[in-house]
Design a protein around this ligand. Structure first.
Ligand SMILES: NC(=O)c1ccc[n+]([C@@H]2O[C@H](COP(=O)([O-])OP(=O)(O)OC[C@H]3O[C@@H](n4cnc5c(N)ncnc54)[C@H](O)[C@@H]3O)[C@@H](O)[C@H]2O)c1
Length: 412
């Protein structure tokens, strides 16, 4: 074959596949994989580099959350590794360039916690409008302040959503059900859901919104997206939420506008600098202000989201190991060739170079193997081909360069 990169070779049956799940991944993940016949070992905590290298020997599928770092050194010491499941949203803890060079597929769960973020945003919009946080703090301090002043219903108010992606658009639907009018601004051309109205500029949105909520992604250009100028353009006594990225908001400017009363309340879940460990001191310009709800980056942290993540990532790992499916992989070319039990599936991860498909098909032809379905996809330096061959072709391809003990074989 023309590929020279050290891509993993798997000639395993499902029952031979060894899975290591670290960091207290939701038990639904392990249960699912065991139910498919995989050998699953679970461990509670994260592992440092040396311990991970030791633990990963002979492991085909690795599951981690955000605290285990998969470095180039770990990958180099894991020749059997086929795929990594990040049972979380981010993949910064994985050296993605190294996984790609090594042909190790990476999967995560980018959408499993969107509903949790949306529900927190809704709760906070109502809490801020009713000044719940302030009233509760007063009560804890022994102050009985029974007054309607400054408390509002959200019905009929205008919610301005900046960033109409997975979270922003879901929030739009639920907010409308509560009687809010929704406007949104997105740099991409997004379909408006329900009665939501698209604003063509950020200024237009800020001028008409009673509540402004940020749901943009973390692209570099979004650092400092929302500062003094944007806050000045908000309606007097409006509310502000950020549950997206800490770096997007100038918190010193936000404090200034909260203290002046121009912004009547805020809810912030993400910060430019966040404590690294549980129990570390939290520092922010926003501490100690009235009608400001501060939460420790828990927008997506619910038991339901963890359960969903457990199931979602486990099913991606299973689909890859058993059928070669790469749908929603972070680093692999995407192929979703429907699996067919009556056929043998051959999967090849290869260096993206001219002539690979011709070589495969030439070899299959030489061995009189009939191709029933085939799909090729490339992504940067890596190429990926799934080839389904007829059941009766298998004996002729097994035992030669292209071995096929089951539907899925990785050949280097
Ligand atoms: N607080 C939490 O715990 C938590 C949990 C999950 C996600 N998040 C964060 O929420 C944010 C949104 O997540 P998502 O899944 O909806 O992402 P997404 O990628 O689906 O949507 C982001 C949207 O923002 C738009 N956008 C980007 N930059 C913009 C800009 N400058 N102006 C206007 N629109 C812009 C994009 O076009 C896209 O439509 C992300 O930053 C994510 O990291 C936070």
């Amino acid at each position: 074959m023309t590929n020279t990169a050290p891509y993993p070779t798997s000639l395993l049956n499902d029952g031979d596949i060894r899975v290591l799940l670290l960091e207290n991944i939701h038990t639904d993940g392990a249960d699912f994989l065991r139910g498919k016949g995989f050998q699953v070992e679970t461990r509670d905590g994260a592992l440092g580099e040396d311990d991970l290298i030791e633990a990963i020997q002979g492991v085909h599928l690795l599951g981690i959350r955000s605290t285990t770092y998969v470095t180039e050194k770990v990958l180099a010491a894991a020749p059997d590794l086929l795929a990594i499941g990040a049972f979380c949203i981010g993949t910064n803890q994985i050296d993605l360039a190294a996984t790609t060079r090594q042909g190790v597929a990476v999967f995560n769960a980018p959408y499993s916690n969107t509903r949790s973020v949306v529900e927190l945003a809704i709760a906070e919009i109502i809490s801020l409008a009713r000044r719940l946080h302030e009233k509760s703090t007063d009560m804890h301090n022994g102050v009985w302040n029974k007054s309607a002043a400054g408390s509002h219903e959200v019905r009929g108010r205008t919610l301005g959503i900046i960033g109409y992606g997975n979270i922003g658009s879901q929030l739009s639907v639920i907010a409308e059900a509560l009687g809010l009018s929704v406007v949104f601004y997105d740099i991409d051309d997004k379909l408006a859901l329900g009665n939501a109205k698209r604003c063509s500029t950020l200024e237009e949105l800020l001028a008409i919104s009673d509540v402004v909520t940020l749901h943009v992604d973390g692209r570099p250009g979004n650092a400092g997206l929302f500062g003094d100028e944007e806050m000045s353009q908000m309606k007097p006594r409006s509310l502000f939420l950020n549950l997206s990225r800490g770096i997007a908001v100038d918190t010193a400017a936000l404090r200034k506008h909260l203290e002046s009363g121009h912004i009547a309340g805020a809810a912030v879940d993400v910060f430019p600098v966040e404590p690294k460990r549980q129990g570390d001191q939290f520092e922010s310009d926003l501490r100690g202000l009235k009608n400001v709800i501060l939460t420790p980056h828990v927008g997506g942290s619910t038991e339901e989201a963890q359960q969903d993540i457990g199931r979602f990532v486990a099913s991606k790992l299973r689909s890859y190991a058993s059928y070669g499916g790469t749908s929603l992989s972070v680093n692999m070319p995407e192929i979703n060739l429907p699996s067919d039990a009556s056929k043998h599936r051959l999967a090849l991860v290869h260096r993206n170079a001219p002539g690979v498909l011709a070589t495969i098909n030439g070899l299959l032809g030489e061995h009189d193997v009939n191709i029933e379905a085939q799909s090729l996809s490339t992504r940067g330096e890596i190429g990926y081909v799934l080839t389904d061959v007829a059941d009766d072709s298998a004996p002729r391809c097994c035992g030669s360069w292209l071995r096929c003990p089951r539907r899925c074989a990785f050949v280097s």
